[in-house]
Design a protein around this ligand. Structure first.
Ligand code: ATP
Ligand code: MG
Length: 563
């Protein structure tokens, strides 16, 4: 099958590349660089986590676990402009849901502001940092570019005493935003632009969600992050490729701030998925424009959205494993994620009957008011899931596509004169249909053979088609939501004006599906296979006992095309 090929390819890639971080760690342990392994996931609390973050979480947690080490969750909340407390709670919930247990090691970078300040003072005393009065624009201008070396700031040679005094005054609020910054004194001629006297601290008169108004100077990411890692005794600081050029600065900070046993940074490629939208800016717009019903709309790939759609942590972990860890950016086909959820649910979930596009089937020789409780196995591939009772009666709902008056060749379902099996029940032979004035089929008629009851050991004859059904009298109504990708990569994700090229069919609402009564008690996040229609999950936002709503997690077959 096609999707097997994708996963096999991914698996092969995994063997080659998955181990590059592990190899580094094992080397460090063997050489005694570290005697333990400590990793962390450092989200900025400025949005919901998505599938890419899941990869980082699972990777970092997995490495700690593999080497008997520890895993921290640390909020990188050093930037008071963008952060929101609401995201802290959602991120904690997502990390826990994924199974990455940080135990009692939940940290906030803002708790280290005092230590960061001390580090800055130490750098000044060592002549490695200076207060600079250039404006942001001037600093940019002086920095030079790939071709041209930078120019030294005229403030670069201030004395240690003057720098100490000015930095103290920055902290005390004597200066307006942008008036002064603290910069590292490294090398304006460095071929690595990150090393050209980078800014370490800026003035920002802002209230921080954790430290309130205690500070009006805030550390820059490149200065703060290595210090956070060092304080927590992180050994391997794993981050994405765009930080590769920042690594010399990372090393400079931990070395010059004199941390014993400094952490080391290792970069890996970001996870990109085809046919999905992960950019915060785009998602925000989709939410604001009412195209999706929030950050957890099941068409998105935030962790909350995947959970709401019915994805499991097991499926996401399997996906991350199959994709592996690479050193080069690439996009993974969305179909691989679907493959993983199918694999995970296949044996775990009961296979129930639900009719999404109903037409009535009347068994004319079946007793009028009789309701039989049939024993139907929940999952033929997994007998451990047992049986359930399914009511059967004279009038049933079947899928409209399971009857054709004039069928093409190789159509084995209902057509006049043909016999099929009603799943878990009897054989029925189609006798005809009724139509309305427009020629639409309104009722299909058939007769049943009582000898053919499922489980009775009947072996008299075989039929080629099996169809599912729901007894009309006891059927329960439900809304089903069917999804397609919100954008189509092949057609181009973006329009010429930069807006998203949305798939108009990303959501189809089936307002009146008929489901078996056993499904009526479905609670939020409960999931099932609906025979032939796919895997479905009770919606956590909109499903109520008097108005059931099911999200289709994934169809049963891959729509993935081999290119
Ligand atoms: P976004 O791209 O959504 O803005 P971000 O990188 O700004 O995400 P952070 O909160 O800074 O989000 O990221 C936390 C951690 O998650 C970082 O270590 C980052 O490298 C990692 N991460 C973010 N996106 C991905 C991704 N697509 N694949 C793997 N890891 C990622
Ligand atoms: Mg970020």
């Amino acid at each position: 099958m096609e999707e097997k090929i994708t996963s096999a390819e991914a698996e092969e890639k995994e063997v080659v590349s998955k181990n590059f971080i592990e190899q580094e760690i094992e080397k460090d342990l063997a050489e005694g660089v570290y005697d333990h392994v400590q990793t962390r996931f450092p989200p900025e609390p400025n949005g919901y986590l998505h599938i890419g973050h899941a990869k980082s979480i699972i990777l970092n947690f997995g490495l700690a676990k593999k080497y008997g080490g520890k895993f921290n969750l640390r909020f990188d909340d050093t930037n008071p402009t963008k952060e929101k407390v609401e995201f802290v709670e959602s991120i904690k919930a997502d990390v826990q849901w994924l199974g990455a247990d940080y135990e009692d090691r939940l940290f906030f970078a803002s708790d280290y502001f005092d230590k960061m300040y001390e580090c800055a003072v130490l750098l000044i005393k060592k002549g490695k940092a200076f207060v600079c009065d250039l404006t942001a624009d001037q600093i940019r201008e002086y920095r030079g570019d790939f071709k041209n070396p930078g120019k030294e700031s005229p403030y670069r040679n201030r004395s240690v005493e003057e720098n100490l005094k000015l930095f103290e005054e920055m902290k005390e609020g004597k200066y307006a935003d942008g008036e002064k910054v603290l910069r590292a004194k490294i090398d304006m001629a460095s071929p690595n632009i990150n090393m050209r006297d980078p800014v370490l601290y800026r003035v920002a008169h802002m209230t921080h969600h954790n430290t309130g108004d205690k500070w009006c100077i805030y550390p820059m990411y490149d200065f703060a992050h290595p210090i956070e890692d060092a304080i927590e005794h992180i050994t391997h600081s794993i981050c994405t490729l765009e930080f590769e050029d920042h690594r010399p600065l990372y090393d400079w900070v931990v070395r010059e701030c004199e941390f014993p046993n400094p952490p080391r940074q290792i970069e890996f490629a970001k996870l990109y998925l085809t046919n999905v939208v992960t950019g915060k800016r785009y998602i925000k717009k989709l939410v604001e424009d009412g195209i999706v019903d929030g950050w957890d709309d099941p068409r998105l790939v935030s962790i909350a959205a995947l959970r709401r759609r019915g994805y499991t942590p097991e499926a996401i972990r399997m996906f991350v494993d199959l994709v592996g860890v690479a050193k080069a950016n690439s996009s993974v086909d969305y179909a691989l994620l679907e493959y993983c959820i199918r694999e995970d649910l296949k044996l775990k979930k009961a296979r129930m009957m639900a009719v999404l596009d109903p037409v009535k089937l009347v068994i004319d020789n079946y007793p009028e008011d009789q309701i039989e409780e049939l024993d139907v196995p929940n999952n033929l591939e997994n007998p451990e899931l047992g049986d359930r009772k399914v009511p059967f009666g004279r009038e049933l709902y079947i899928e409209r596509e399971d009857f054709m008056e004039n069928p093409p060749k190789k159509y084995f379902r209902l057509f006049p004169g043909n016999e099929v099996r009603l799943m878990g029940a009897y054989f029925v032979t189609c006798t005809g249909c009724e139509k309305d004035e427009n020629g639409n089929v309104t009722v299909v008629h058939c007769t049943y053979d009582p000898e053919t009851k499922s489980g009775s050991g009947f072996t008299g004859r075989k039929v080629k088609g099996t169809i599912h059904w729901v007894a009309a009298k006891t059927a329960v109504k439900a809304e089903c939501r069917l999804y397609e990708n919100i954008v189509d990569e092949e057609k181009g994700k973006l329009n010429e004006d930069g807006s998203l090229n949305l798939n108009p069919n990303s959501l189809t609402i089936v307002p009146e599906a008929w489901i078996e009564p056993a499904l009526a008690d479905a609670k939020a996040y409960d999931s099932f296979q609906f025979v032939r229609n796919g895997y479905f999950c009770a919606d956590c936002k909109d499903s109520r006992p008097d108005h059931l709503v099911f999200n289709r997690i994934v169809s049963l077959k891959s729509s993935f095309k081999l290119k």
